[in-house]
Design a protein around this ligand. Structure first.
Ligand code: HEM
Ligand code: SF4
Ligand code: SF4
Length: 523
């Protein structure tokens, strides 16, 4: 399975590389699928509210009001109608891509089960919104959907009398029943919104807004499509005849032809059983979970940086439980922790400069502690030779690091690049353990642990605590966010970096300031 997943991941990344080249990593739509889902949702809501002003909810008037919208007020309400339809279709596309991608990228299991599990009802809500939307047009497509859906519902046998009989002839169909459909089409999106909100509750800084450029570009494309190919109705519904040719919307209605050939109860078993199976995927097959981060109270001052940086809302601050002067302490909810180590990279006590023999930070990973990392890095650095000794730090979800090892290069694999405290870079360079540090990991904008490479960039740029001190020569730091597919390029980038540092003058620490003004080593 893991081999298959690696191939699928690489396939996704190849497609995404194309978008990276076209738009740059920040605007890559494949990195923004959830955010685009939210964006399309809002377009559907705004355009839907506008349409509702002109839409007549009466069974005989609905079709005519939509004809007015499309043909008379085509420049405003007509465009809104097209936007409403195309944004709904786009929502389906990004939702399915998002689902497959989270699965392929293995971002749904272990502590991440919650987002996956709560994503499954979203599928039902989105389809329910779309299907009831087509119903409201009351054309032949609506007629087909109404009859097929109600016949399917009737196979459950839970309604007092069959609902499908409402559509047997025009005299029976009541306006009240139609109004109920309209009400459902308005109510379901509200439940969808609530479900979408629940869906992101375990994501710190969830991306719910695409970057401005991507939002404008996508909206522009929808608008162009709306003008080129406006959404129109099919011939009006006529319950006295069976519609012959119907143009289906394959995004929402692809399963409908199956209802004609597969028994209703079997289709229920497929839909409900399939959803249950999907919802249970995070537990099948079980994955070995690495140990959650642990807090060491003796070293925690309650600064809250781990809380800010944890991508999965797994750390909170609580009132101090010991008798130190600090008012708060960090506490990890182990059931939410994915063991990414980003909190360790954020903790100010996680520094190799500490003079105590044991490096015990305020928060640490039991399976890859900071002490072990410092020991391993120093041992690896001691074996390097030449004038371009480089340690490459990468993450286990990123490029292949082993191929980089050589006489002058040693690669260290971390849980996530965000786990590396900037003080390690400072320590290794300013103490002359190596001549340069190279950082790599997932592609920018698509960290496996959501925020690892973003926080790393910000810490190096001095925009986020704990930041890399100014004294560290930036020309001795290289980075390349290689992802899974740029292994060859990564080797070239590391080689080019070694060439660059070869010509640099030796590093000398800045002269000491008068006593009292020297910055502390363990920042
Ligand atoms: C209306 C449809 C949906 C919308 C708008 C939506 C939106 C989002 C957003 C905004 C995020 C946070 C992304 C981030 O900041 O990293 C997210 C995460 C996630 N979504 Fe969805 N989602 C939808 C449907 C689904 C479905 C159907 C599934 C799968 C059954 C799913 C699975 C996930 C998972 C597993 C994550 C967490 C990824 C991680 O831990 O890094 N979503 N979604
Ligand atoms: S390792 Fe730290 S940052 Fe990562 S999920 Fe656990 S508590 Fe959050
Ligand atoms: S970052 Fe470190 S010191 Fe600050 S609250 Fe978290 S564990 Fe404690």
């Amino acid at each position: 399975m893991s081999g298959l997943r690696t191939v699928a991941k690489a396939a996704f990344e190849s497609v995404e590389n194309f978008f990276d080249r076209a738009f740059g990593p920040e605007l890559n739509p494949m990195h923004q699928l959830g955010a685009l889902g939210w964006f399309f949702y809002w377009i559907v809501i705004v355009s839907g509210v506008y349409l509702y002003i002109f839409f007549d909810t009466g069974i005989h008037q609905a079709y005519e009001s939509l004809e007015y919208i499309t043909n008379v007020q085509w420049y405003a309400a007509g465009v809104m109608r097209s936007l409403h339809r195309y944004a709904s279709d786009a929502l389906i596309i990004v939702m399915i891509l998002h689902l497959v991608r989270e699965f392929v990228m293995d971002r749904y299991r272990g502590a991440r089960w919650f987002s996956w599990f709560t994503g499954v009802p979203l599928l039902w809500f989105v389809f329910a919104c779309g299907i009831t939307g087509y119903w409201m047009v009351w054309d032949v497509l609506a007629q087909y959907i109404a009859i097929t859906t109600t016949e399917w519902l009737d196979t459950l046998g839970i309604f007092g009398e069959t609902i499908a009989r409402n559509f047997l002839n025009p005299d029976i169909l009541s306006g009240r029943f139609f109004t109920l459909m309209v009400f459902i089409h308005i109510a379901v999106p509200l439940f969808l919104l609530l479900a979408m909100w629940i869906h992101i509750q375990r994501q710190n800084y969830a991306k719910v807004n695409p970057p401005k450029g991507l939002a404008i570009g996508t909206l522009g494309m929808l608008l162009v499509l709306s003008f080129i190919k406006p959404a129109v109705s099919q011939p009006p519904a006529d319950l006295s005849i069976v519609p012959a040719v119907i143009d289906l919307d394959w995004f929402y209605l692809a399963a409908y032809p199956l209802l004609d050939i597969i028994p209703g109860l079997t289709m229920w078993a497929i839909a409900v059983g399939g959803s249950l199976l999907l919802a249970l995927l995070p537990w099948l097959p079980p994955r070995r979970r690495e140990a959650a981060a642990v807090v060491d109270l003796d070293n925690c001052n309650g600064c809250g940086r781990c809380v800010d940086d944890c991508p999965f809302t797994a750390v909170i601050l609580q009132q101090r439980t010991d008798d130190t002067a600090f008012s708060e302490e960090a506490i990890v909810n182990s059931s939410l922790c994915t063991s990414c180590g980003i909190c360790v990279g954020a903790c100010p006590t996680s520094t190799p400069f500490r003079r105590t023999s044991e490096l015990v930070p305020g928060i640490d990973l039991p399976d890859q502690g900071m002490q072990a990392l410092r020991d391993d890095v120093l041992a690896a650095a001691a074996k390097l030779s030449g004038e371009t000794r480089v340690i490459v730090f990468g993450c286990k979800n990123g490029p292949d690091l082993q191929r980089l090892n050589g006489p002058a290069v040693a690669a260290m694999e971390l849980q996530c690049i965000g786990m590396l405290p900037p003080s390690f870079v400072d320590f290794l360079i300013t103490r002359h353990h190596v001549d340069g540090i190279f950082l790599t990991g997932c592609t920018l904008g698509d960290c496996h642990n959501r925020l690892g490479n973003k926080w790393t960039e910000q810490r190096l740029a001095g925009e986020r605590d704990p930041y890399l001190r100014e004294r560290v020569p930036r020309e001795r730091i290289g980075k390349f966010w290689a992802g899974l597919t740029h292994n060859k390029r990564l080797s070239q980038e590391v080689a080019a970096f070694q060439e660059r540092i070869k010509g640099l003058p030796p590093y000398h620490r800045p002269s000491r300031k008068p006593s009292g003004q020297q910055p502390a080593e363990s920042s």
